[in-house]
Design a binder for this molecule. Structure first.
Ligand code: SAM
Length: 236
């Protein structure tokens, strides 16, 4: 799968792919990353890409024509163009799975300043996403969050595909508490015992306990998604 990032600050993006799981995925040709400085598409002799808002008001807006040129140069019929913006539905793990399974090439437009000319969204963008109810200085982090999350759902990107099972947000539940096997800790940590069922080896009882702990955690931390949970009783 290919990801293209259109950004005015490419260096903010490149570092993220220089290590760990995503670097390995690039080396194994499971992912292709392209980072484009869309300032290159400005006709202006000073490479200006923004201007004041037509309505007045603080802050600059990115020109439509610069992005139009960039998109025309890099997109194909397989491209799916996403603009990161606070004015959108919040990205979630279901979106990540959907995009991983049915898109070949995702182009992220990373906004800066006050954002981009709205007409770019109307004319060229396939989907818009927000990553949370707060304002970032630019779309770079937001696009990396999406790229990272989508990539985990591309077959073979994670060393062990089972890592995806039972993760938080599967079936609207948060993951149950997890602990390491080795037990060499300070006195303070050792005083906290772990659920004894975890180490008894009875997998159906462990599953049932983890399900209960997941429900309690979700109810406590995320009552909004807890309301969507379909409680399934696990036979012990
Ligand atoms: N004036 C915009 C507003 O109030 O909605 C905020 C602009 S923000 C300073 C600059 C850029 O950062 C946006 O164009 C967008 O690409 C990105 N951005 C900021 N917060 C974001 C968020 N929560 N989710 C996705 N993108 C975000």
């Amino acid at each position: 799968m290919k990801f293209t990032f259109l950004s005015l600050f490419p260096n903010l993006i490149s570092g993220y792919f220089s290590d760990s799981i995503l670097k390995r995925a690039i080396d194994s040709k499971l992912l292709e990353i392209e980072i484009i400085d869309f300032r290159e598409f400005s006709n202006n002799k000073y490479k200006k890409v923004d201007d004041f808002q037509v309505s007045g008001g603080a802050g600059l807006v990115i020109y439509a024509d610069v992005l139009e040129k960039a998109l025309k140069a890099i997109s194909s019929r397989d491209s799916h163009i996403i603009y990161l913006t606070p004015v959108a539905k919040q990205f979630n793990s279901y979106d990540a799975k959907r995009l991983a399974s049915n898109k070949k090439h995702i182009i992220f437009i990373c906004g800066r300043y006050e954002g981009i000319d709205e007409r770019v969204i109307e004319c060229f963008v396939d989907e818009v996403f927000c990553i949370g109810d707060y304002i970032l200085t630019g779309g770079e982090l937001a696009s990396l969050v999406m790229c990272d999350c989508i990539s985990r759902h591309i077959p073979n990107v994670l060393g062990n595909a089972e890592s995806l099972l039972g993760e938080s947000f599967e079936d609207n539940l948060l993951e149950a508490p997890i602990f390491t096997k080795t037990n060499i800790f300070s006195k303070k940590i050792s005083n906290l015992s772990i659920p004894s069922e975890y180490s008894k080896g009875n997998h159906s009882r462990i599953r049932a306990l983890k399900n209960e702990l997941s429900l309690s955690k979700t109810k406590y931390f995320r009552p909004d998604i807890y309301n969507k949970v379909r409680i399934c009783k696990i036979d012990i």
